[in-house]
Design a protein around this ligand. Sequence first.
Ligand code: FAD
Ligand code: SF4
Length: 518
Amino acid sequence: MAGLRSLVIVLGDQLNLDAAAFDGFDPARDAVWMAEVSEESTHVWSSKQRCALFLSAMRHFAEAIRDAGRVLDYTRLGRTDDGSGAASTLGGALRAALERLQPQRLVVTEPGDWRVLKALEKTAEDSRIPLEIREDRHFYMSVKEFSNYSQKAGRLRLEYFYREMRRRHGVLMEGDVPAGGQWNFDADNRGTFGAGGPAGIPARTAFEPDALTREVLELVTTRFTAHPGSVAEFAWPVSRPEALVALQRFVADRLPSFGRYQDAMWSGEAWGYHSHLAAALNLKLLNPREVVAAAEAAYAAGLVPLASAEGFIRQILGWREYVRGIYWTRMPGYLESNALGAREALPAWYWTGDTDMACLRDVIGQTLRHGYAHHIQRLMVTGLYTLLLGVTPARVHEWYLAVYVDAVEWAELPNVIGMSQYADGGVMASKPYVASGKYIERMSNFCRGCRYDPGQRAGSAACPFTTLYWDFLMRHQGIMAANQRMSLQLKNLQRIGADDRAAIVARAAAIRRGEIGS
Ligand code: FAD
Ligand code: SF4
């Protein structure tokens, strides 16, 4: 590749051929660079499902690049490399490639991760090669636009951001007013599966691993043996054609009931009516506009109720864009946020699911098996427990970034630090998402098969969530008193007498010592 003009860097979550980094690509003078580096699987203890998805999707995308007639320099992860070599880090692998290929400049689409951005900038600077970073137009809103919006908005709130996005992009609008005369059908999105449980949920859209994926699964099993989870049931879409099938099947089979059962949980039911598209979106195998358009078209055709289409679109046009904006306008400090001063260690059983709490056992179990849990399972089971326990937010972040197939830092961090752990002190969420075990009892059947009782806050049968909930309110009463939205919960706390409070504190301490729940 003598006389190479641009070396276009493609990161593991930038698997779209129409990315800005390819603008003006000249196959005669430019080349693409991709590398599998062990650092991306080890900087957090990445689950086998997550490692496998990224590696398989990258290898499929490499084929798509070659099919598109673009020259590609691709480094594969070896089976035996112990990770100590220069190529074990992104910066090291890139430095080696620059020495070999001697390009005049580097081009990349904005990375999705602060750490990666800094590594690329440093390598380019050390190598004295200009690095051009192009805006990521996969998203509806650029970081600059979000920054302007948030400065004007003052206090950020998803609901107003979402309305603005609906207006700006003309999504589910009838002229100037929202379709159906209402912006938000959230109240219709809280159904449960009822006492009898879910019936007739379509089977997951599963993709049989092809030869390329099978090779990756074997690599992951041998190379990352000690990493959490298993790839025995790996069935994620790993290419754009597969992702398009997953989208089409979701809209046809699940979207009609998505809204109603968005928050519902049931033991052994990993998939519900959710889309399972976050990983395909975050790897850029799908564009959010085509996903939103598919949901809107299904509503317009009368195939999907408005509450479902709106509820789904809100997640993508609203939440997804909102968390990305928060990430890039708050980093790097956001990573260290700890507004509640939480200092506990993450229970070791978060990596195995080995707990006697039925809800956590089920949610962590499916997470390790599939790299997936839906929003309420993440927020109101695994996230709620660490919040109530008082785990250091950075440790919680590392767990979420490691275990989910859709985990990329720009999406994961605000959801964990802001929404789930309230560690940013209220930037993302107007109040902490705290609840007792009664919430989990209402939204699922987990408690029926559990040795604990969600209605009890002290005593040997007391549900750890319930004990820790009251303990949380006592510990953070001072901070919470300033928040109007917590007043009802604090009022209920006032009704608890001194003896009961002492019993709660003692049991919470035993839970923290690991004597209960593990
Ligand atoms: P669906 O329920 O079908 O939702 C549709 C789509 O909307 C998702 O595919 C996703 O692209 C988007 N979406 C929904 N909620 C959010 C949200 N809060 N933030 C951003 N996008 C959203 N999402 C990630 O993409 N990556 C993460 O690492 C991640 N970590 C999370 C950690 C915690 C503690 C919590 C509470 C949420 C997290 N989420 C994350 C958001 C959400 O839980 C997942 O996007 C969703 O569960 C993925 O499943 P799905 O594709 O079936 O989503
Ligand atoms: Fe979870 Fe408590 Fe219900 Fe057990 S009783 S399943 S620990 S909420």
